[in-house]
Design a protein around this ligand. Structure first.
Ligand code: CU
Length: 160
């Protein structure tokens, strides 16, 4: 019995070292991703008054505009849809999204990409992305927002 305990302890030590080493590997991989390809990590871009989102610039006029050689999109995620209803951009061109909500919390998951920020009323979410493939991408709300949640979709058209 005494000997068994020793054997178990020795293996257990090995497993703990292996487990901790794996956690360090994962932290390393996460750090690499953040430093090298963290473009879709959303950032806070300031606060906004929820009551006037629909009536004051820039979100009163949801749009995609060309600034220099890039796109800037001002997006409203509302119950239950997205404005503009169709975001049109070109392949290979950087798009900076500014997204907010005039009502409750929403999601902005763009299928086929790693764009997946949470949209919080009162906060402006900013993220950047370069679409590498032309096509139609669906935006999905993946934060529960009420009775229309399951039907809340948007559209991004990426042209050649
Ligand atoms: Cu929603």
């Amino acid at each position: 019995m005494q000997d068994n305990h020793k054997v178990i302890e020795a293996y257990e030590r090995g497993w703990l070292i292996f487990g901790l080493a794996m956690i360090l590997v994962f932290i390393g991989v996460i750090a690499y991703t953040v430093l090298n390809r963290g473009e879709t990590i959303s950032r806070g871009a300031g606060q906004i008054d929820v009551a006037t989102v629909r009536t004051t610039s820039p979100f009163a006029n949801p749009r995609v505009e060309q600034v220099g050689g890039e796109y800037v999109a001002y997006v409203q995620a509302f119950a239950f849809g997205y404005l503009p209803a169709e975001i049109k951009v070109k392949k290979g061109v950087k798009v900076t999204f500014y997204i907010t909500s005039p009502d409750v919390q929403h999601g902005f998951y763009v299928e086929g990409t790693n764009i997946n920020p949470q949209i919080i009323p009162g906060e402006v979410t900013k993220l950047e992305y370069v679409f590498k493939k032309a096509g139609t991408y669906r935006i999905v709300c993946n934060e529960y927002c009420g009775i229309g949640h399951a039907q809340m979709f948007g559209k991004i058209v990426v042209e050649e």
